[in-house]
Ligand binder design. Structure first.
Ligand code: ADP
Ligand code: MG
Length: 252
């Protein structure tokens, strides 16, 4: 009888170094067989220590690409690459661990749990990542102070403004000091002052060496990022450098 073959579990991408190159390798994604793919054979590498703006018309696949890069969904074919190895091929538990410990995700409308207090919303991401309750609360308080929402700690999300909710979402995303942040139109519904706070937080986090990728329609913000990756109607990508950043987006 032939012996069952088991392949060794792929190693998790290294968790120590700050700079994480995140990208795709011949990635194709389709929501349903028989319709054109949203992303078609895309291979690109996004640099660390930089803010990359992800642009393209509505429906071009910006959110889908962020969900793929953040390991929330799997490619139809090809790979999501982290540090040169396929993160999308990891087992569910390993992908969850990477997400919990190394990814911060900011959704367009903050997406806070309406039933829980602001501080509980922020702390949850840390608890999933293995922080103690005490550690998570202490760090949440530092972040709430930095983003001016400390006086809202015990409020529920329904009792704060949209701008405040997005600041809370930033605190939640930064709680674990993640090496990678994805933000999906995080300033879409904000006034200019709140949008500026959110953008500056993303820029500051990139300056620590993190990889920051932000879907946005706001051309003024695109011009303040380091790189632009534009999704095209045929499921491909084009890119350009915006700043004099030493890294680069590589399309292969
Ligand atoms: P963007 O964020 O650039 O607006 P999306 O990634 O949300 O684009 O969507 C890309 C395409 O995939 C759109 O045509 C959209 O209608 C489709 N789409 C998004 N989510 C789903 C889904 N859950 N099921 C089927 N099609 C979807
Ligand atoms: Mg979207």
């Amino acid at each position: 009888m032939p012996r069952a073959r088991t392949s060794p579990a792929p190693a998790l991408p290294r968790a120590d170094a700050r700079g994480t190159a995140v990208g795709t390798d011949h990635l194709t994604f389709t929501y349903r067989q028989g319709i054109p793919p949203v992303l078609n054979n895309v291979s690109l590498t996004l640099p660390s220590g930089a803010v990359t703006a992800l642009t393209g018309p509505s429906g071009s696949g910006k959110s889908t690409l962020l969900y793929l890069l953040a390991l929330m969904i799997r490619p139809t074919s090809g790979h999501v690459m982290w540090d040169g190895s396929s993160a999308s091929s990891l087992r569910d538990t390993q992908r969850s661990q990477l997400r919990a410990c190394q990814v911060g995700f900011i959704f367009q409308d903050a997406l806070l749990d309406p039933a829980r207090s602001i501080v509980a919303n922020i702390c949850d991401s840390g608890l999933f990542a293995g922080m103690s309750h005490k550690q998570a609360i202490a760090r949440a308080r530092v972040l709430m102070g930095r983003f001016g929402v400390e006086h809202r700690e015990d409020h529920k999300p329904g009792e704060i403004s949209g701008g405040q909710a997005q600041r809370v979402a930033i605190c939640r995303a930064l709680l674990t000091d993640p090496r990678v942040i994805f933000a999906d139109e995080p300033t879409g519904n904000l006034d200019d002052a709140s949008a500026d706070v959110v953008w500056q937080a993303l820029v500051d986090h990139a300056a620590t060496g993190a990889t920051v990728v932000v879907a946005t329609h706001d051309r003024a913000l695109v011009e303040r990022s380091d790189f632009e990756v534009r999704l095209t109607a045929d499921g491909g990508v084009s890119t350009r450098s915006v700043s004099a950043h030493t890294g680069q987006v590589v399309i292969s």
